[in-house]
Ligand binder design. Structure first.
Ligand code: COS
Length: 332
C-alpha cells in the first residue's frame, strides 16, 4: 500500500516502475482492488511523503504506507472537477486553525477511508493560488461520509461523498503552505495518472489473455474462425497497442523517479493507456460474440471497468490539455 514510500515511513521503499507493475498485476485480477491501492499509494501517501512535515509523516503516512489504514484524496466537488479553481469548500481561519465547510463528490475509497487529504479555498479571490491542502482522520468531528454512488463498473471500489460541517483542523494538519494546494494537487495527480494508466494496462492484459484463451479453447470458433486472419489480426492489434501503452507507462514511471516535473509523460501514458483499454476490451467483447455481451464471461465487466480510466484523475480531454501546454513551451 506504500510501494514507493521509504521503509522508514512504513512503505516498501521500491521505485515507481515497481509501483506500476504492482498496480498492473493487481488490476489484471481486479480493477477495483487496483484503484483502491493506487489511490492509497499515489493520492494519499505520495503528497504526505512529498509535502508533509515529519510529524505528519509519523502520524498519517506510516499507517497508510504500511497498509494498516486506508487513505483517500478529496478534490472533486459538484461544481468543480476539471477547473480546480472553482472549488467551493472553504477553510476559514479560526483560533489556531481552520474551520472547514463544504462537500466533495465521487471520492474513491471515500466512505471507508481512515485518513483524507482534501483541498479547500482559504482565499476565494486568489482562485488557484488561494487553495490549501489539509490532512485529517475520519473521526474528526464535523466530518461525515455521504451517499455511495452506483457506478457502471469497478463495483468493488467505493465512490462517495464527503461532507464537512464546521470541521475544525489545527494548523498542524495543513499540508504545505497556505495557497500551495493547487500545485500540491496537480503534482499529486501527475503521479496518480501513472497509477490509473497502469490500472488500464492491467485491465487490457486480462482482456487479451481471456480472448486468446477463448479463441484457443472454443470448439465452435476453432472450426470456423480460430485460425483465420480475421481473429489473428484483431489479437495482434490488441497485443501491439497494449505493449505501446505499457512502454508509455514505464517511461512516465521512470520520469517520476528521475525528474521533478513529469506532467506530460504522465498525461501521455494515461490518455493512451486508457483509450487503448477501451479499444482492447471492446475487441475482446467482439471476439466473444454474443457470449461477450452476457454476464457469462468477464469481458463485459472489463469493458465497463476500462471506461472509468478515461475519466477519473483527469479526463482524456484534460490529459490532452496538459500535453498541448507542454508542446506550446517547446520550439516545435
Ligand atoms: N505540477 C506543479 N505545478 C503545476 C502543475 C503540476 N502538474 N500544473 C500546473 N502547475 C502550476 C503552474 O506552473 C502554474 O503556476 P504559477 O501560477 O506559479 O505560474 C499554476 O499551477 C497554474 O497552472 P495552469 O495555468 O497550467 O493551470 P490551469 O488552471 O490552466 O489548469 C488543468 C490546467 C486543466 C490541466 C488542471 O487544472 C487540471 O489538471 N485539471 C484537472 C483536475 C483533475 O484531474 N480532476 C479530476 C479529479 S481529481 S480525482
Amino acid at each position: 500500500m506504500g510501494v514507493f514510500i521509504p521503509k522508514e515511513y512504513g512503505g516498501a521503499g521500491l521505485d515507481v516502475i515497481s509501483y506500476t507493475l504492482a498496480v498492473e498485476e493487481i488490476s489484471r485480477g481486479c480493477a477495483s482492488h487496483g484503484v483502491t491501492m493506487s489511490v492509497n499509494n499515489s493520492l494519499a501517501c505520495n503528497p504526505l511523503n512529498k509535502f508533509g512535515t515529519e510529524e505528519q509523516k509519523q502520524e498519517f503516512l506510516k499507517p497508510l504506507a504500511s497498509g494498516e489504514k486506508l487513505g483517500a484524496f478529496g478534490l472533486t466537488e459538484p461544481g468543480a472537477g476539471t477547473d480546480v479553481s472553482l472549488l467551493q469548500t472553504t477553510a476559514v481561519h479560526k483560533d489556531d486553525g481552520y474551520e472547514i465547510n463544504g462537500q466533495k463528490i465521487f471520492i474513491t475509497n471515500g466512505s471507508k477511508s481512515d485518513t483524507y487529504i482534501i483541498l479547500a479555498q482559504t482565499n476565494k479571490e486568489l482562485k488557484h493560488k488561494g487553495i490549501t491542502a489539509f490532512v485529517f482522520n475520519s473521526d474528526t468531528p464535523g466530518f461525515s461520509p455521504g451517499t455511495l454512488e452506483r457506478t457502471m463498473g469497478i463495483h468493488g471500489s467505493i465512490q462517495s461523498e464527503l461532507n464537512f460541517d464546521n470541521m475544525y483542523l489545527p494548523e498542524s494538519q495543513r499540508l504545505g503552505a497556505e495557497g500551495d494546494g493547487f500545485k500540491i494537487a496537480m503534482n499529486t495527480l501527475d503521479g496518480g495518472r501513472i497509477g490509473i494508466a497502469a490500472q488500464a494496462i492491467g485491465i487490457s492484459q486480462n482482456a487479451l489473455d481471456l480472448s486468446i484463451d477463448y479463441v484457443k479453447n472454443n470448439d465452435l470458433i476453432d472450426k470456423t474462425f480460430g485460425r483465420s486472419q480475421g481473429i489473428q489480426f484483431i489479437l495482434a492489434d490488441m497485443a501491439t497497442e497494449l505493449e505501446a501503452a505499457r512502454l508509455l507507462v514505464h517511461k512516465a514511471a521512470f520520469a517520476k523517479d528521475t525528474k521533478p516535473r513529469y506532467s506530460h509523460e504522465a498525461a501521455m501514458a494515461k490518455v493512451y493507456a486508457s483509450e487503448a483499454a477501451m479499444r482492447i476490451t471492446s475487441k475482446a467483447v467482439q471476439i466473444h460474440g454474443l457470449y461477450g455481451y452476457t454476464k457469462r464471461y468477464a469481458v463485459e465487466r472489463l469493458m465497463r471497468d476500462a471506461k472509468i480510466t478515461e475519466i477519473y484523475e483527469g479526463t482524456s480531454e484534460v490529459q490532452r490539455m496538459v500535453i498541448a501546454a507542454y508542446l506550446d513551451k517547446l520550439d516545435v
